[in-house]
Ligand binder design. Structure first.
Ligand SMILES: Cc1cc2nc3c(=O)[nH]c(=O)nc-3n(C[C@H](O)[C@H](O)[C@H](O)COP(=O)(O)OP(=O)(O)OC[C@H]3O[C@@H](n4cnc5c(N)ncnc54)[C@H](O)[C@@H]3O)c2cc1C
Length: 230
């Protein structure tokens, strides 16, 4: 057994018989809730928005991530709905400038040699379906508005007025995490990436866009409609 496995089991042992409040039902919160459900631990998962977001956001699932999802039983629906991405073609000012192949099938130990593409809402739906099968349920329209760490538990206030007492609160509430900001002494231990970029959801009808390859469009002005020239 690897030391990492022992760490995870040790942590799960400590969590046993204690209740966990998972804040946020994005991919991270849903993976955590699924793991807690899989190990039979007591938890709740609360989410502020009433329905799943429709934006594609985190849509690339790397082969390593897919292997981890398989280990924790979250891969089947993603495999059945996702699209394999064999590579990525970059275009600058309407001209192709570079191609990257994302195939790693020269290594027989890699179970999924290509990344998969599946929009984040579909990933969340897949994780939620497994959670439901494991007896769990996302509590929607339950925004966390106050977090008070007390001596023996954390007191969390929901926007509904409900006060939840949990042994552990896990902030899975995204990049602007309310949970993290609720405790001024908790610092963001990372660094911002000062790059301006955008992602839009749309349908590309140009026949020359390969369906098994992702395409990146870059322009000097920042605006670059995906019109290709061969
Ligand atoms: C435009 C865009 C494009 C992106 N593209 C990519 C990409 O191509 N690849 C990639 O890997 N990543 C991408 N990302 C980043 C990706 O979306 C995040 O890495 C991913 O969503 C992180 O998942 P998460 O579960 O931590 O957080 P989120 O998906 O942000 O989920 C957090 C959840 O917490 C809920 N929440 C927030 N506050 C509260 C509260 N107080 N109480 C209760 N619930 C709360 C939110 O409603 C949300 O559902 C993109 C992000 C954006 C915005």
């Amino acid at each position: 057994m690897s030391s990492r496995t022992i760490d995870v089991l040790g942590t799960l042992y400590l969590l046993r018989n204690s209740n966990v409040l998972v804040v946020g039902a994005g991919p991270v919160g849903l993976v955590l809730a699924n793991e807690l459900a899989r190990y039979g631990l007591s938890y709740r998962i609360v989410e502020k928005i009433p329905t799943r977001s429709t934006w594609s956001k985190a849509l690339m699932i790397t082969s390593r991530t897919m292997s981890i999802l398989e280990d924790v039983g979250l891969h089947e629906e993603i495999l059945s709905k996702g699209t394999v991405a064999e590579g990525l073609d970059f275009h600058f000012n309407h001209r192709p400038i570079a191609s990257v192949t994302m195939n790693s099938n020269t290594d027989p130990t890699i179970r999924y040699p290509f990344p998969f593409v599946l929009p984040q809402p579909d990933v969340e739906e897949a994780f939620e379906n497994v959670l439901n099968k494991r007896g769990g349920k996302i509590e929607r329209e339950a925004e966390v508005v106050k977090v008070d760490p007390l001596k023996d538990y954390v007191e969390v206030t929901l926007e509904t007025g409900e006060v939840v007492r949990a042994k552990y609160v896990v902030g899975c509430d995204g990049a602007h995490s309310f949970v993290r900001h609720s405790q001024p002494e908790w610092k963001f231990e990372g660094r911002p990436v000062n790059v301006l970029w955008a992602q839009c959801d749309g349908t590309i009808t140009d026949q020359r866009v390969h369906t098994a390859r992702a395409a990146g469009f870059v322009g000097i002005t920042g605006s670059c409609p995906p019109i290709l020239h061969s």
